[in-house]
Design a protein around this ligand. Sequence first.
Ligand code: RFL
Ligand code: PHB
Length: 390
Amino acid sequence: MNKTNVAIIGGGPAGLLLSHILHLHGVDNVVLERQSRDYVLKRIRAGVLEFGTVQMLRDVGLGERMDREGLVHSGSMLAWQDEGSLLIDTVKYAGRPMMAYGQTAITEDLYAARDRAGGKIVDQAADVALHDLTSPQPWVTWTKDGRQHRVDCEFVAGCDGFHGVARQSIPADVLRTYERVYPFGWLGIMSRTPPLDNLVYAHHDRGFALASQRNPMLSRYYIQCESDAQPGEWPDDRFWDEFKARMPSEFARAVVTGPSIEKSVAPLRSFVAEPMSYGRLFLAGDAAHIVPPTGAKGLNLAASDVHYLSRALEAHYRHGRDDLLEAYSRTALQRVWGAERLSWWLTQLLHVFPQDTGFDRRLRLNEFQYLRRSERALATLAEQYAGLPF
Ligand code: RFL
Ligand code: PHB
């Protein structure tokens, strides 16, 4: 394993999906992942897929289990304290359904596909370092089991998430970053109970709450919490009481509670790094951008980045064309900023901010009432929630 075409840093969904698609195109690659496989497969994160992501996974042979186990739905509910609720109907307004299928399951499917094809995935690769990124022959080093390793390559794909090494390998005078950190987090639990019929995003003076789903006997619930909240401060009873207090009573009554099997706190952040490439390094997924989870766009953006990057690398290897690689950052960022705007907008609409005044609260309420009254406003939201075409 001294040489490969593409060295992929990070074995999350972005890195594994890129590895899988490059393999289908006959492009050799190696994935270097810092954590153990067990750790990566235990992480619980995203749950909602855009139709474009679903179609992409089907097109590359990863649709079988997803189509069997995923829950197709025609959008999500927005609920507002005493003001009722509305359906963001993505089928009616954008012609595209959504699917609930967990990131954990997608990662399992990807590992299984790479294993079947004899893919090279190094786990527990420590101290990954990128070298000579602006030369035609970059190389990557790492340590494992106390030994130093090296692979020479033609391209490096930085798919190593927000805290990875790839983005940090771009010189500071080249990289521009844009960021907003929100003054709260999400406390999430998983429970082996049947979910509600729809996803429900709820605003309440007590804070935001979300009911989501994984499969007919697995549900995911979130509440807005303090940024420094600890899962240990939230025994199950306290979580359920707070969750139900924030949901309109019709949904609160329908929720089937049960013991949590996982509980964690996630911070909320908007972040974009530009450009998404430097020499022979290309960033994809959370390595280049973060969205707050309101809107469920993070994993879907990772998939669209991989779509553009795999297409560009295929054009290089199959047709000797580099125009798509040169355009990659610009092309991907167009979609990234669209998702950033939607996620920011939904976050500020649905959460309670510590500095809120009565004026802010009235504007937000009016925004919700406008969505209820105006089909055009709702259609605009539904089109973005459904995800714009690649
Ligand atoms: P990941 O999943 O973070 O994977 C990066 C991988 O790189 C490894 N790594 C390194 N490897 C080698 N060397 C280093 N120096 C390394 N540093 C890091 C890491 O161990 C890891 O395995 O990034 P990727 O692949 O770009 O995927 C992005 C998605 O995981 C993320 O955007 C979504 O989970 C965001 N998200 C959601 N997205 C959706 O589309 N729909 C959703 O419903 C949704 N819900 C969510 C979410 C994220 C959440 N949290 C926890 C932030 C809900 C939550 C609560
Ligand atoms: C989830 O199911 O984990 C989920 C759903 C919708 C979101 C975020 C997370 O907006």
